[in-house]
Unconditional design. Structure first.
Ligand SMILES: Nc1ncnc2c1ncn2[C@@H]1O[C@H](COP(=O)(O)OP(=O)(O)OP(=O)(O)O)[C@@H](O)[C@H]1O
Ligand SMILES: [Mg+2]
Lengths: 833, 264
């Protein structure tokens, strides 16, 4: 039987190559993702194995409240230094400073950002992690050292003067040194002398952490325990250097695994689509060879042998597909690296290869192929031996009724799971549910195909005459085949159109939210997300025409065990104008310990004016705050507003994320005035209402584009499926096409017939896909409507665009099969047997 | 299609008409090369008279199908010339050949004559539909009544018997009023009763409508329906017989089945 398998693989090279190609694309996606993330991980590992390699013990504040992104983390007091220094076994002790500092380049623009950190640190002459490349270390205010990559990007050299953006007024400095940092993956480092670093990045007398180098022969753990004993309060903890380095790495590992999972989701989608194609191809091959298979059975082959012969072909296809896919995956990894480098990451050096991508590529490619071919193979075994004697062989097929029942059940189960997933049971459920919905609809598709294709092709006979009529009937002829081919396209289009419904809804919601709550004429925000708003606010107040400037600080505290975000501002009363804050009860006079909460918070925590609650701040201190008022839900302000003095008392560096500016007359001159007043802060930008809308919507659009690009591969695979189905159909209909040609159908008409059939299949897939996508999008919008996406928007023009796209895919996919059909040798086609 | 002489004008068969409907002039057709070379047609010249029912007979492999294919614009010849009316097929490109087949030639094959997705009626009018022509309703009715399948017009081929399918194929060949109809063993797959249906139909088309029909057959009884039998052997035209009867044809065939001559 092996001979039969091999002969068939050889005989059907082209069709199997197309099938293998579907495997190749899916496997390439998996392999590419794995190789790329391995490469990334290793580069980060290298980076982190360099930093802090001499640290034996680190003393740091215990995390009570996770600080808001970009905001100052809690600190340790310098007063701990002497006590730690006296612990036996300590060789050196150093107070480290870390915070936000960004370099302004020669062109006046801030260097770096967009995901990678912009670090400000203290210069530690004893630290040998990064050797000096040029110049010297900074020794006083107004001096900095920067890393060589940043130097290259900014165009700065030793001796140049520039500005450094910190959370506070920008500093004018001289670059006195450049360190050899190696690849920092896009991060920038600015080093100040210790005192200046404390002043600019934290607070005088505070450190981010204290690191300790051990004497020879003293173990990290022993030293850690000794140091832990001299720490004055439970607010601080000592950890070993190994643990510190591991935590750094695992943080990167977390990000890596997120990226990996994100990409793999799309790889899985591609493979899922590919499985449809493999299934369909094998079904068709088996149907076409039913005579031959029946003959095998007639001469004594057992069912098992027939199944094995077909599965053997699948293994062959899977193996070839996986091998080529693995190779293509390496190419894809290079492409991904290029892509990430284009958006600011800095990968260099070669790719990292481990055994894992190889293992996964073969596992995924072979298993998927064999599983997808299993059902056709089993059906092949059911062909009765007498079929060899008959002229027209009908494949044994299960009745459509059973299919409808199972399909409906699977679809319903999938919908329920997806619903649970949306309801908060986790994204995995949503994914599994959607997968089941796709499977279920694919099972129902042959039943749906008849009416839908009839409607879609209703105008065909009239518009395209005979080729149109034949095309329509060919599409209807084998609904299972049409359905399976269309289903592959359905998946990609369902996801893309679902995402479009979601993004359109998100954009519409944002737009409405901005209209509703955005009462300021201008808003000032920082590229680094958070900044110190006090000084810029002061600068803007002096601009003629500016009436009111509201600096919005943000912070966190815990209530019970839950971390909550709050806003704070100098005169909370101003929020009434700047953010359309409307008080329901109480007053906006907060004094030193007042708190405003919004209605939903008040209701859920049973708060009213006069209640007091105990909170704990990131510095570890607890305080009691008094509810002074309740306001209507306000997305701009958030759910809590705390008295500014209470906030300032518990934070080293007050930061916020915006200034809201109201002016007498909102015109270009006023905006220019504000921009001029802020020219010292290159990281701040001034936006009016429509700018804000636009920039948020741009963000959404970029994300949608990214997702669409990643889903495009699955659509390409679906197009391959259409090519495959049509090519096989053409071969199957050789005689019929020959007959049509013999009685005078021109080549053009033959091509048109195939093309129209292809378009019809593609349109059917689009209708199914967009239908599911819209339902799915609406479901998601409903599920997250209380998180701000409260407007439903179905982007009809975009969806119509996808229908057109599907038709174009149909036309393109038909090019080759149509060409083959039109070139068919008339005589061969009509030859009897 | 004004250049097509109306086949209806034929009238009762008389002696050979002046202009043949199709003509082969010393055509040669070879397959393969070197050792495997087969000369399927060796300088064959034939005139297929208009308004007549011509049968082509001969042992298997004698080149009957090849001759038909070459004369019906389905295949090209290696040398010699083929005329349909006064058009030289050897000078036409694929596009013109396709159009010629569509407008001037009808076909009936041994099997697989019909498009399975179309109804009987749709199959009958298919050549006209492809050409974008409207069928002549009166003529269509005549043809349908002649095949006697008026009540089966909406059926698909799968729902018709073999004889009915072949009659539908004949109707399809007739409906465009082609100058000539070629049929390659149209009854080869049928039992004798269905075969008789088809043969009577073809003969009637010749007698009553003046149609020109050329048919390949192995069956002396089928050949007896024709006006003229051409005998092929080894790629050559070896004999012809007017007003054949089954007995005369059988007698003649026996002559070929002597040792040394291609035997079926
Ligand atoms: N495509 C081809 N390639 C090679 N040889 C061919 C081909 N078609 C026909 N032949 C050869 O040409 C010769 C004539 O074939 P043809 O089909 O015309 O015979 P026939 O008279 O129709 O036979 P039958 O009565 O069996 O149908 C045969 O020897 C055949 O083997
Ligand atoms: Mg033959």
């Amino acid at each position: 039987m092996l001979k039969v398998t091999v002969r068939n693989l050889v005989a059907h090279k082209v069709r199997l190559a197309l099938t293998a190609f579907a495997v190749v694309l899916g496997v390439a996606f998996v392999a590419g993702t794995l190789v790329f993330t391995d490469t990334m991980s290793r580069q980060f590992d290298q980076l982190f194995s360099k930093t802090g390699k001499d640290v034996a013990v680190q003393v740091r504040p215990k995390k009570v409240v996770e600080a808001e992104e970009g905001a100052a983390a809690p600190t340790v007091p310098a007063s701990l230094l002497p006590a730690i220094g006296r612990v036996p076994g300590v060789a050196r002790v150093h107070g480290g400073v870390g915070g936000f500092a960004a370099v302004v380049g020669k062109n006046g623009k801030v260097v770096g950002g967009s995901g990678a950190p912009q670090l400000g640190v203290d210069w530690n002459p004893a630290d040998k992690d990064f050797p000096m490349k040029a110049g010297r270390g900074p020794v006083g205010p107004g001096e900095v050292a920067i890393d060589d990559r940043t130097a290259a990007k900014s165009g700065l050299r030793v001796g140049d003067r520039t500005r450094i953006v910190v959370q506070g007024p920008p500093q004018t400095v001289t670059v006195v040194g450049i360190v050899d940092s190696g690849n920092l993956m896009g991060a920038t480092i600015t080093a100040f002398d210790q005192r200046t670093a404390q002043r600019l990045l934290l607070k005088p007398g505070r450190f981010s952490d204290i690191t300790v180098a051990a004497r020879k022969g003293v173990s990290e753990t022993a030293l850690r325990d000794r140091i832990q004993r001299v720490l004055p309060s439970s607010d601080y903890e000592a950890i070993t250097g190994t643990k510190m380095r591991d935590e750094n790495k695992s943080e990167v590992g977390r990000i890596m695994s997120f990226i990996r999972t994100f990409l793999l989701v799309f790889a899985v989608i591609s493979i899922f689509v590919g499985a449809f194609i493999i299934f369909n191809t094998f079904s068709m091959l088996v149907a076409q060879r039913s005579r031959e298979l029946a003959l095998l059975r007639a001469v004594g082959a057992s069912r098992r042998q027939v199944t094995r012969a077909v599965l053997g072909e699948a293994i062959g296809v899977g193996f070839v597909g996986s091998t080529v896919g693995l190779g293509a995956g390496v190419g894809l990894a290079l492409l991904l690296r290029q892509l990430f480098n284009a958006i600011g990451a800095e990968f260099d050096g070669g790719l990292t290869f481990t055994y894992k991508p190889v293992l996964w590529s073969y596992a995924v490619g072979m298993v998927v192929t064999v599983v997808a071919a299993y059902f056709p193979a089993r059906r092949a075994a059911k062909i009765p031996p007498v079929a060899a004697m008959r002229d027209d062989v009908a494949m044994p097929q299960r009745s459509l009724r059973i299919r409808v029942v199972i399909g409906s059940l699977v679809t319903a189960a999938g919908a329920v799971l997806a619903g649970l997933g949306l309801g908060g049971s986790g994204l995995a459920w949503l994914g599994i549910g959607l997968g089941l919905v796709f499977l279920g609809v694919a099972m129902l598709a042959p039943v749906i195909a008849r009416p839908v294709v009839k409607v879609l092709g209703a105008a065909y006979p009239r518009v395209f005459r005979t080729p149109g009529r034949l095309a329509k009937q060919n599409a209807l002829r084998n609904p299972r085949r049409t359905a399976a081919t269309a289903s592959a396209l359905m998946i990609g289009l369902a996801l893309v159109s679902g995402i479009n419904v979601m993004s359109a809804s998100a954009k519409a919601s944002i737009s409405r939210q901005v209209d509703k709550s955005f009462a300021a004429d201008y808003i000032v925000s920082a590229t680094a997300r958070v900044f110190s708003p006090a000084e810029p606010a002061q600068a803007v107040r002096a601009v003629p025409g500016v009436e009111q400037v509201t600096a919005l600080y943000s912070g966190r505290f815990t209530v019970g065990s839950k971390a909550e975000t709050f806003a704070a501002t100098e005169r909370p009363d101003d929020l009434k104008r700047a953010a359309r804050l409307s008080l329901v009860s109480g007053s906006a006079e907060l004094g030193g310990d007042g708190l405003l909460v919004d209605e939903p918070t008040a209701a859920s925590a049973h708060l009213q004016v006069g209640s007091t609650i105990g909170v704990r701040f990131p510095d570890g201190k607890t305080a009691s705050v008094r509810v002074a008022g309740v306001y209507a839900k306000n997305p701009l302000v958030g759910s809590r507003v705390l008295a500014l003095p209470a906030y300032l008392a518990h934070t080293d560096r007050p930061t916020g994320n915006g200034l809201m500016i109201n002016v007498t007359k909102s015109d270009a001159a006023t905006k220019r005035g504000i921009e001029k007043a802020l020219s010292a802060y290159p990281d701040l930008k001034v936006q009016d209402q429509s700018d804000v809308k636009k920039s948020v919507q741009q963000g959404v659009d970029q994300f949608v584009t990214l997702l669409t690009v990643l889903l495009a591969l699955s659509i390409v695979i679906a197009a391959l499926g259409i090519i495959n189905t049509l090519a096989l159909s053409v071969i199957e209909r050789t005689r019929e096409i020959g007959l049509l040609r013999a009685i005078g159908t021109s080549r053009r008409q033959t091509r048109r017939m195939i093309r129209l059939e292809s378009v019809l299949i593609a349109l059917f897939g689009a209708v199914l896909g967009i239908g599911i996508g819209v339902v799915f999008g609406i479901g998601v919008q409903r599920a997250v409507s209380d998180q701000g996406v409260n407007v439903l928007s179905v982007p009809v023009p975009t969806l119509v665009g996808y229908v057109v796209l599907a038709a174009v895919i149909g036309v393109l996919a038909a090019l080759w099969p149509a060409w083959r059909a039109s070139r068919m040798d008339v005589l061969k086609a009509i030859a009897f047997e | 299609m004004t250049d097509i002489p109306s086949p209806v004008a034929g009238g009762p068969p008389g002696p050979v008409l002046a202009a043949p409907a199709a003509r082969a002039d010393r055509i040669v057709k070879e397959y393969g090369r070197g050792d495997t070379k087969v000369v399927a047609l060796n300088e064959v010249s034939v005139d297929l008279p208009a308004g007549r029912f011509t049968a082509i007979m001969g042992p298997s492999g004698s080149g009957k199908s090849t001759l038909m294919h070459c004369m019906a614009a389905l295949d090209s010849v290696d040398s010699g010339r083929v005329f349909i009316g006064d058009v030289d097929l050897t000078r036409l490109d694929d596009k013109r050949l396709t159009r010629l087949r569509r407008d001037r030639i009808g076909f009936v094959f041994q099997a697989f004559n019909l498009v399975p997705t179309l109804t009987a009626l749709e199959n009958i009018t298919l050549p006209l539909d492809i050409a974008g022509r409207k069928p002549d309703q009166a003529w269509l009715d005549t043809v349908i009544d002649t095949i006697g399948l008026r009540d089966r017009l909406t059926h698909r081929p799968g729902e018709l018997s073999g004889g009915q399918q072949q009659r539908v194929a004949c109707a399809r060949a007739l409906v465009g009023r082609p100058e000539i109809i070629f049929a390659d063993e149209p009854t080869g797959n049928l039992d004798s009763r269905s075969g008789t249906e088809v043969l009577s139909f073809l003969r009637n088309a010749v007698r009553e409508m003046g149609q020109t029909v050329v048919m390949v057959t192995h069956d002396p009884v089928a050949a007896a329906y024709s006006d003229l039998v051409l005998f092929l052997a080894d790629g050559r035209l070896v004999d012809e017989m007017s007003d054949p009867t089954a007995e005369k044809v059988l007698e003649r065939m026996k002559g070929f089945e002597l040792p040394g001559v291609g035997v079926r």
